[in-house]
Design a protein around this ligand. Structure first.
Ligand SMILES: [Zn+2]
Length: 501
């Protein structure tokens, strides 16, 4: 009791400090979470408190030195408050691309972000800051001798303990995500690309390949592959469509799967040797390359977007973690203006697809299978709700691919639409959900090819070969070699055995 009395002021100060920090900064990362039952609310409440506890540790040690605290804390507090405002009001995702946007954009774009609500928010945090500093100046006791020091050591350790146990638990949330994203921005990519200095030629004219790069779609939930639910009513009615039920990749998350698909890397590559970029080769062969993406790029494949002759990222401030993310069909108007039937073109449409949280991926009209998930906390949803919501994303995929085909069909061109998911998804097998973990369903992505009448007339033997190969096991490293083969590329070696056309 005596001890408590002696350090009472200090204790109250840290409680107040952490309350203000949580209110103006930390809680922004939890504000948008869809939560439903008491158990998931308690889960995230605990999560939030544990995160704030770890911050307490860092703030405590900063507060030991008076000069350091008075100088550094206001900068830290106001900076993170500004970031938190955008998370609270726009649900923006803090990623390395956001850091890039903020560091590389001009002052006028930053000026646009400044609004009355923003200034009011900033003003409130300044008032809170004044109170914190006033209180801080009154503290007299030597803090290091305080029992709170032991608690602060535990708090700092809890941060590394949690992050070592499961990466991203804290690092994906404020304020840590600003630090980890900045680190990612300055990190070098491990993928080394081989420069092309030889002459490269495409021996084919007016071939359009539309590559729809999907996200987290497992092959066995496609009606085209015999799934008992009508998840693909539109594509099922179409002709000139082939689904490949046995595609395979052991690379079960976007950051490692996409670079493999778009280079000559094999599925088991260690990337010790430089790789050829497919986009780079196509550029050298004078094929128009376009990238339209609804995913905020990850460091590992950003280079392919930069290499594309045309680039457009839809809704760049929201990532897969935002609940206000635009739907994939926002890419269609851009695609429409780009598609030129009489030109050699290679267009990538990078979808948000079926990435968790499923309910953000499709509009209400596609909520056919019900009931759906209500909570971001997976254990709070039933298997039925999880699978229903997931299947609705497939229904939306059916609509999306069909829209692309319709657009292309009207032009009566020589076109292939290739849909390939970067990996599959686990839906409760062995009690595992989502991806980035091994399992039959996460390693078996969906793959669909549609060909135009014009393509069929020009290449009947290719269509026949595709049909013959439909049920064979298709490793995702087919893609690089098959595309070079399609355009009859000369000047670069590729593996003919991997060509599926
Ligand atoms: Zn992915």
């Amino acid at each position: 009791m005596e001890v408590l009395k002696k350090y009472k002021n200090q204790l109250v100060f840290h409680l107040f400090l952490n309350f203000a920090f949580a209110l103006f900064i930390t809680f922004a990362s939890y504000y948008h979470l869809p939560l439903y039952t008491l158990s998931d609310i308690s889960f995230y409440l605990f999560h939030f408190l544990a995160l704030q506890f770890s911050i307490f540790g860092f703030l405590y040690f900063l507060s030991i030195n008076k000069y350091l605290f008075r100088f550094l804390f206001p900068i830290v507090f106001l900076f993170f408050s500004c970031v938190a405002y955008w998370v609270y009001f726009q649900d923006i995702a803090i990623s390395h691309s956001i850091i890039q946007v903020s560091l590389e954009t001009k002052a006028d774009i930053v000026m646009d972000l400044i609004s009355i609500p923003f200034l009011l928010y900033l003003l409130s945090s300044i008032i809170a800051l004044i109170f914190i500093l006033k209180y801080y100046n009154k503290l007299k006791v030597n803090q290091l001798k305080s029992p709170l020091t032991i608690l602060a050591i535990v708090a700092v350790f809890s941060y590394s303990l949690v992050e070592n146990y499961r990466f991203g638990t804290f690092n994906r949330r404020l304020p840590y995500n600003v630090i980890s994203s900045s680190k990612a921005y300055f990190e070098k990519n491990s993928l080394i690309l081989k420069p092309i200095d030889q002459t490269i030629k495409a021996n084919i004219d007016s071939l359009n390949v539309v590559f729809i790069l999907g996200e987290s779609v497992r092959a066995d939930h496609l009606q085209l592959n015999g799934y008992q639910r009508k998840t693909m009513p539109l594509l099922s009615k179409r002709k000139n469509i082939i689904s490949f039920p046995n595609a395979y990749t052991p690379l079960t998350y976007t950051a490692i799967s996409v670079p493999q698909i778009l280079t000559n890397a094999t599925l088991t590559d260690d990337y010790s040797r430089p790789k050829y970029s497919l986009i780079d080769i196509l550029n050298h062969a004078h094929i128009q390359t376009n990238w339209i993406g609804n995913q905020t790029p990850e460091k590992s494949y950003e280079i392919f977007i930069e290499q594309s002759r045309f680039q457009k990222i839809i809704d760049p401030l929201h990532s897969e973690l935002s609940f206000q993310k635009d739907y994939d069909d926002k890419m269609l108007p851009v695609f429409k203006t780009l598609f030129k039937p009489n030109q050699n073109q290679f267009t990538i449409l990078h979808m948000m697809g079926s990435h968790w949280w499923y309910e953000t991926r499709y509009p209400d009209a596609f909520r056919k299978f019900q009931p759906v998930i209500k909570s971001k906390h997976i254990p709070s949803n039933t298997s039925e709700e999880m699978i229903n919501a997931y299947d609705n994303t497939i229904l939306y995929l059916d609509y999306f691919i069909n829209e692309v085909i319709q657009l292309v069909e009207k032009q009566n061109s020589n076109t292939l639409v290739i849909y390939l998911a970067d990996h599959g998804e686990l839906l409760g097998e062995d009690n595992l959900w989502l991806h980035a973990q091994t399992g039959k369903a996460s390693e078996n992505p969906a793959m669909i090819i549609w060909y135009s009448e014009g393509f069929k007339e020009k290449h009947p033997e290719t269509v026949l070969k595709l049909k013959q190969k439909q049920n064979a096991k298709t490793d995702l490293d087919f893609f690089f070699h098959s595309i070079l083969n399609l355009y009859q590329i000369e000047g670069i070696e590729y593996n003919k055995k991997k060509v599926i056309f």
